[in-house]
Ligand binder design. Sequence first.
Ligand SMILES: Cc1cc2nc3c(=O)[nH]c(=O)nc-3n(C[C@H](O)[C@H](O)[C@H](O)COP(=O)(O)O)c2cc1C
Length: 315
Amino acid sequence: MAGAFPIPLFLAPMAEFTSPPMRVLCEACGAARTHTEMVNAEGVCRGAEKTLFLLETFGEEQNPWAHLYGADPTRLAEAARRVEATGRFKGIDLNAGCPVPRITGQGAGAALLTDLPRLGRILDAIVSAIRLPVTLKTRLGPHPAKPVWREVLSIARSSGVTAVTFHARYTSQGHAGAVHLGALGEIVAAAEGLPIHGNGSVTDRPSAEAMAATGVHGIQIARAALDNPGVFMFRRVDPCALAERHLALELRYRALAERFSRLSAEEAAVLTFRKHLFRYFKGMPGANAMRGNLMRLRTLADLHAAIATFRGHMV
Ligand SMILES: Cc1cc2nc3c(=O)[nH]c(=O)nc-3n(C[C@H](O)[C@H](O)[C@H](O)COP(=O)(O)O)c2cc1C
């Protein structure tokens, strides 16, 4: 059981994945906190329907946090106010770690690690704009020759954020290469009581234990939860039941987009769900063949039939 693990495990934000269906499934498996995918503060301020759709939640969610990105302190503060006004979220998390050029090119995400005064102004603006707790998700620094976590800690402490998550890699590493657990331990020691959450390549109990040994107060898990939301309990869940439940939740979520989408809920759910389907059956006989045929799965009936073909293979 996840409860047996000494520190809480959280679902990390993932663009195009951590929508309400995935968050509900991960909470059911023990994730103690979840995040939306990164949401553009500008879009929130403009009231863009597609952006606001990313801020929908399901009533049964227990601890969803909105994860925002942007570069302008005033606009981020305004976006945070609007997010708070929805009453849906337990807190707001700022992205200061995304290495994707489309985001850094706007001065947002990991670009904030190369403009620390701006990071400070943004956090100050958000914290003073809302009552909800504010957290930060970031990295060790732009590259190994330029660690900035000490500066980030000091900015975070003076702004009043309630926790900082460190993806224990540098921006230059993307999502690959060594996770610097030693640095994470140094960060915890230097944090003077500010809760630190760790992130990076936790996939099972041994890797979670290795990260917990650094002294972090919580752990965020991203990619491992895509294949198996049961990672929060350190066990595999029945992929057929999981896939059917996910599909039902996806239909419910996509129905909320019908008012502005050119796709019906069913069409949108089928398109979205295909990217989850093959992950759930990875490694099982027939999974590769199904992956090759994903584009041919065009209706709900096709998806149910594809899931059913795996029932016989259950271990
Ligand atoms: C598909 C995908 C989308 C991601 N989107 C975000 C995002 O929106 N915001 C963010 O802070 N990190 C994002 N990340 C990074 C993850 O939250 C996490 O920091 C990274 O994957 C390392 O954790 P892991 O080894 O458990 O996957 C994304 C990662 C992936 C694989």
